[in-house]
Design a protein around this ligand. Structure first.
Ligand code: NDP
Length: 296
């Protein structure tokens, strides 16, 4: 049976280090890391936003939430983003996705100042990751968190290892591939038109948005599996539902060397990395470099 990669424990470890580092930053510079989350409409993500606020406060950060009604026009979403860009108490600005259909998500995320873009979605931060300028970049939090979990198993240098990333989204697949490349892995990226997926990977990251698509016979024995997927499926005829990943966990666990359990073990890492990026933004604002190594 494979080793379980405990994302909850890894996330708790990141948050505990952040709390200490934030206290030190505040004591030495007077800067309190501040994060603001904008949510448009009442959807299930609001629970997630409340969770982020709780984690931020737990780290000793200043935390603010801006809840706007679903019908808010695009320009009235842009206005608070611009206000937060100019607010010296706020170092990280997040807009909870998905946004309602009448709002251009890209226009909103590109309005966030790159130095406050703790989600790492701004073109400048994406470009910096692609060109290896990580000292001044923010990396998308789910791949950055996944990378930390991979480091727990393989260390920081992945020389000689083959990695397969299934999925090429801007938020997960592409930045994941870039981080793996940066750590010297030999990387293959698969997507929906891919035929004959390679089965020789030492590290497999599944970010496909397809419940339990990745079967055990896709993987060679001993592989490290990071299952990013969170999919809600019907649980038989009783009208209930349950969360599953993009990997068939039970089967895969019998072959993998190490695996993230289902569901959501990458989820806590995503939130921990949002906090880490906010701390980094505050440190940079205080004229310091990154005090806490979080990825790459
Ligand atoms: P997207 O829907 O944006 O991208 C899915 C990717 O999977 C696409 O690149 C698509 O290819 C590819 N794909 C679809 N079908 C296949 C197939 N049959 N074979 C190979 N590739 C395929 O999803 P995200 O990247 O945003 O998210 C991926 C998963 O991660 C989701 O389950 C999401 O819920 C979860 N997630 C979890 C987070 C966490 O914190 N744990 C955070 C963010 C996401 P193509 O480009 O060709 O369409």
């Amino acid at each position: 049976m494979s080793k379980t990669i405990d994302g909850n424990e890894a996330a708790a470890d990141v948050l505990a280090k952040l709390k200490v580092a934030a206290e030190q930053l505040t004591a030495e510079t007077g800067v309190v890391p501040g994060i603001a989350v904008i949510i448009v409409g009442q959807d299930p993500a609001s629970v997630y936003v409340a969770f982020k606020g709780k984690k931020a406060k737990g780290c000793g950060f200043h935390s603010a939430e801006h809840a706007l009604p679903t019908q808010t026009p695009e320009k009235e979403v842009i206005a608070p983003v611009e206000k937060l860009n100019a607010d010296p108490r706020i170092h990280g600005v997040l807009v909870q996705l998905p946004l309602p259909d009448h709002i251009d998500s890209s226009r909103i995320t590109q309005t966030i100042a790159p130095e406050k873009d703790v989600d790492g979605f701004h073109f400048i931060n994406v470009g910096k990751l692609g060109t290896g300028e990580l000292d001044t970049a923010f990396v998308s939090c789910t791949p950055a968190g996944s990378m930390l979990l991979i480091e727990h198993v393989h260390g920081r240098d992945l020389s000689g290892l083959n990695a397969l990333v299934v999925g090429r989204s801007n938020i997960v697949g592409k930045p994941m591939a870039n981080l793996l490349l940066r750590a010297n892995a030999t990387v293959t990226v698969a997507h929906s038109p891919t035929k004959n997926l390679p089965r020789s990977a030492d590290i497999l990251v599944a970010a496909v948005r397809r419940p339990e698509m990745t079967k055990a016979d896709w993987i060679k024995p001993g592989v490290t599996v990071i299952d990013v997927g969170i999919n809600r499926i019907s649980d038989g005829s009783n009208g209930k539902s349950r969360l599953v990943g993009d990997v068939v966990y039970g089967e895969a666990a019998t072959r993998a060397g190490a695996i993230t359990p289902v569901p959501c073990d990458v989820g806590p890492m995503t939130i921990a990395l949002v906090m880490a990026n906010t701390f980094t933004a505050a440190s940079r604002d205080a004229g310091r470099g990154v005090a806490l190594e979080t990825c790459g």
